[in-house]
Write a protein that binds this ligand. Structure first.
Ligand SMILES: [Zn+2]
Ligand SMILES: [Zn+2]
Length: 229
């Protein structure tokens, strides 16, 4: 077992702050722990990339923010993901609400750009094997977790991106995630100033060895990584 902190990874998720606006992309099983660790005192909205458990399981813990902020949480997801949230957390969407349960306001999104306050979000369609999922571009930053295919048309939405996060599970091919070389070639194609690999499996080996294989502008992301753009 590695003692390197960069080899200890909770489930993939990010927090984005712009002005006084704070959003989170995905609430996996580690959501509560991640928010406490980040010292996040405020949360305005949650965006979902897709409905796999490692991206939605922590939804219940938004109730801490409901309590502090005294208002429902704005949730942005595609129709199919909304249905999955409904099935996974029926009490949240029940007619008769039990006191103390999470309160949400659902916003249905598609591949069309939308705004959360002053933040413009551009959804990027990716395929996660057969599941259509979303990546998100916010200004010069883009986050593409869980997927292994992006059409040329969707790639156009990523032109000019300076900071790019792409999932790569491992070196060997995988049915629904990019491999390391697929992720790095996508980055070469889009040539961001910096690229980060996320959703890394333990099968990728140690972070210190991975770094040696990557071009200097691509780094494995790590828990607690902060980017100022
Ligand atoms: Zn997934
Ligand atoms: Zn995942």
């Amino acid at each position: 077992m590695s003692t390197d902190e960069n080899d200890k990874r909770l489930r993939s998720s990010i927090l984005v702050e712009e002005g006084d606006q704070v959003i989170v992309i995905d609430t996996g099983p580690d959501f509560r722990q991640q928010m406490l660790r980040a010292g996040a005192a405020k949360l305005d909205a949650v965006l979902f990339t897709h409905e796999h458990r490692d991206h939605i399981a922590g939804l219940d813990d938004i109730r801490a923010f409901n309590f502090i902020q005294r208002k429902p949480m704005d949730i942005y997801a595609e129709e199919r993901v909304m249905r999955a949230l409904n099935n996974g957390f029926p009490y949240v969407f029940a007619e008769k609400k039990y006191p103390g349960i999470p309160q949400v306001i659902m916003h249905r999104i598609s591949t069309e750009p939308f705004n959360i306050g002053s933040m413009e979000i551009i959804p990027i369609r990716m395929m996660h094997y057969r599941l259509p999922v979303l990546g998100f571009r916010i200004g010069e930053f883009a986050y593409l977790t869980d997927g292994n295919y992006i059409s040329e048309r969707e790639k156009e939405k990523l032109i000019g991106v300076k900071y790019l996060v792409v999932n790569a599970l491992r070196r060997e091919s995988h049915i629904s995630h990019f491999t390391l070389s697929e992720a790095t070639s996508l980055m070469e194609e889009l040539s961001p100033r910096m690229g980060f690999i996320t959703h890394i499996s333990h099968q990728m080996g140690l972070s210190k060895d991975l770094i040696k294989e990557l071009p200097p502008y691509i780094r494995p992301a790590f828990d607690g990584l902060v980017l100022e753009v």
